[in-house]
Design a protein around this ligand. Structure first.
Ligand SMILES: Cc1cc2nc3c(=O)[nH]c(=O)nc-3n(C[C@H](O)[C@H](O)[C@H](O)COP(=O)(O)OP(=O)(O)OC[C@H]3O[C@@H](n4cnc5c(N)ncnc54)[C@H](O)[C@@H]3O)c2cc1C
Length: 555
């Protein structure tokens, strides 16, 4: 007779683990070896190794332990006073210190390696971001605010705020918010209703602001840049002015600001995103009494760069975990890493992530060159056109890749205490904030409007291919060039405004994919020649096979 037995040592799943996130990252290391002179790379590497260690170890462990904590808003104290205090979670408090100490903003301003300091800073941000639950959000705005103030030439505000925004001393470090979106519009920010009333007798451009701001992230920040309409200014974006606010008074209370509530969001749940009422908030003009939307552009360019870096960072984290897990999880008699289909699926995701990586870091290079005054031909045009393209395409890739990453874990990818679902939830904000996909696609058309041609992009891509001699890579280069040629003929051929708008997203995505492929090919050739490594070439092939030209004509 068969006896049923109680199984006392059941099978357990082995969780994925992370190593040093710099040492383990082939793509980052290979890229830095190509763009940095060897001595400069030796100088910056210790900072990357340390950030890679923190990201794979202490910060990651803290992130898992902090999973259920969220920022808390206390509006009233026990005695009936309005206090509007925000308590951040332990992870974010540590993240703030680590970010300051390791110069995750400061590195770009210290500029020890000229234009490449921006690349160094982005590499630090890329390593830091996936273990700190979107602490990248306040850092992006801090970086953007520093850049905007420096650009404004407003010496009083530069002296007052920039040293705090770019310090490595945690006790001195300030972060910044960016308050643009109102109920009337996030994309159509020209509809903003906040009114700025000049203080009688003010000689230094002091105003009081009255209005409601509908999405204000990182509300714990010490300063904010915001838009408001000085009384008697005309409607629309031109009638708005750019203002500087210090959010708390000398007692630490909100400066005539009421925090009405924190948003209950799908993701970015560690980020305190508030709805505010500005009730006579003291504010200073940053530059001029009009053209606020134009004057805040330097901030948006930087936050869009951070968005792209965050997108590739989240993809990288997902794939680091997925590849590790594939080597551990057994199904049908062998590990997932021995299943041709599973590895083919991951390799496709890796190709998307790798292509996105090169575009995001290329925009970092362009940003650095312009900041350091080391501009090359076409750089200004390229930065203006590629910033929206890079932001929109990398954000979409991040959502796709992190969604697939969750599936690669099976049911575990859907279960909260694995720490995996947050990757997808956080990635989902990337196409929404800092300009939605459609809004940025239209912005791409605007950027190209002046020349009505993508010739500078085509000539830069042709230049990139001059170093390519591997025959399969040359075949791929032709795919990138053909997509650009098609995009150019679409631009010339479609003159009807509404048809152009309807096709803007496909146009921008095609430019983005063609550029990503070109950058990947250039790097793959270098990697073959200098590292005897074909992995980047494999990614280029897969990426091209997934489709580059997305332009279709709808009659
Ligand atoms: C978590 C989170 C944090 C945020 N933090 C901040 C912050 O700190 N500061 C801040 O200022 N804002 C912040 N925002 C707001 C964000 O920037 C806006 O939500 C975003 O810009 C979109 O604006 P909207 O919500 O008004 O959408 P809408 O502008 O109403 O857009 C709705 C849809 O219409 C599309 N659309 C709009 N115009 C066009 C057009 N002309 N053609 C085609 N399609 C179009 C958009 O693509 C979108 O799909 C945050 C948002 C989120 C989700």
């Amino acid at each position: 007779m068969r006896r049923s037995r109680l199984v006392t040592a059941p099978f357990q799943q082995t969780p994925p683990t992370l190593g040093n996130q710099y040492a383990d990252d082939r793509v980052l290391r290979s890229y830095l070896a190509r763009v940095f002179p060897a001595d400069a790379l030796r100088e910056i590497e210790p900072s990357l190794i340390e950030m890679g260690r923190l990201a794979g170890d202490e910060l990651y462990q803290l992130q898992l332990a902090d999973r259920l904590n969220e920022p808390q808003l206390t509006q009233w104290d026990a005695w009936g006073n309005r206090v509007d205090e925000i308590e951040l979670t332990p992870l974010w408090r540590v993240a703030e210190r680590v970010a300051a100490e390791h110069g995750v903003v400061a590195t770009a301003y210290e500029r020890k390696h000229g234009s490449l300091s921006r690349v160094h800073q982005c590499a630090l941000a890329y390593l830091f971001t996936p273990s700190t639950d979107i602490y990248s959000c306040p850092l992006a705005m801090t970086d953007g605010a520093a850049r905007t103030l420096l650009f404004s030439g407003n010496e009083t505000l530069i002296e007052r705020a920039v040293p705090h925004l770019t310090t490595r001393e945690p006790s001195e470090f300030w972060t910044a918010g960016q308050w643009m979106t109102e109920l009337t519009g996030g994309s159509d920010v020209g509809l903003s209703e906040t009114v700025a009333k000049e203080q009688p007798g003010s000689e230094t451009g002091e105003f009081r602001l009255y209005g409601r701001k509908w999405f204000t992230s990182a509300i714990s920040s010490q300063i904010a840049l915001t838009l408001a309409r000085p009384e008697d200014n005309p409607p629309g974006g031109r009638g708005l002015a750019l203002f500087y606010i210090e959010t708390r008074d000398e007692h630490g209370r909100p400066h005539n600001i009421e925090i009405n509530r924190l948003k209950d969001k799908l993701g970015t749940r560690k980020v305190p995103t508030a709805e505010l009422t500005l009730n006579g908030t003291p504010a200073q003009l940053v530059m001029g009494t009009t053209d606020g939307v134009r004057n805040i552009t330097p901030l948006l360019n930087i936050t869009r760069l951070w968005n792209g870096i965050s997108a590739v960072a989240l993809m990288r984290r997902g794939l680091a975990l997925a590849f590790d897990y594939a080597g551990k999880r057994v199904a049908f008699g062998s590990t997932l890493s021995e299943k041709a289909l599973h590895m083919d699926t991951l390799a496709g995701l890796q190709a998307e992530a790798e292509a996105a990586f090169h575009l995001a870091f290329y925009v970092a290079e362009l940003t650095g060159r312009i900041e350091a005054g080391e501009m090359e031909e076409h750089d200004a045009w390229l930065l203006r056109s590629l910033t929206p393209i890079m932001k929109l395409i990398t954000a979409k890739q991040a959502v796709t890749v992190t969604s697939e990453v969750l599936e690669s874990f099976g049911g575990a990818g859907y279960v909260e205490d694995t720490g995996l679902p947050v990757l997808l939830r956080d990635a989902q904000v990337l196409p929404i904030w800092e300009g939605t996909t459609n809004v940025l696609a239209l912005d791409t058309l605007r950027a190209i409007n002046a020349t009505e041609s993508i010739a500078p992009l085509q000539s830069v891509v042709t230049e990139m291919f001059e170093s390519v001699h591997d025959s399969p890579l040359l075949d791929l280069a032709r795919i990138s060039q053909a997509a650009l040629t098609h995009a150019q003929s679409w631009l010339h051929g479609v003159t009807d405004r509404s048809q152009r708008e309807a096709g803007a997203r496909r146009f921008a995505l095609t430019l983005g994919r063609a550029m990503e492929l070109a950058l990947l090919i250039r790097h793959a050739q270098w990697s073959q020649d200098h590292e005897q490594d074909n992995l980047a070439s494999d990614s280029a092939r897969r990426f091209a096979q997934a489709g580059i030209d997305l332009i279709v004509q709808h009659s």
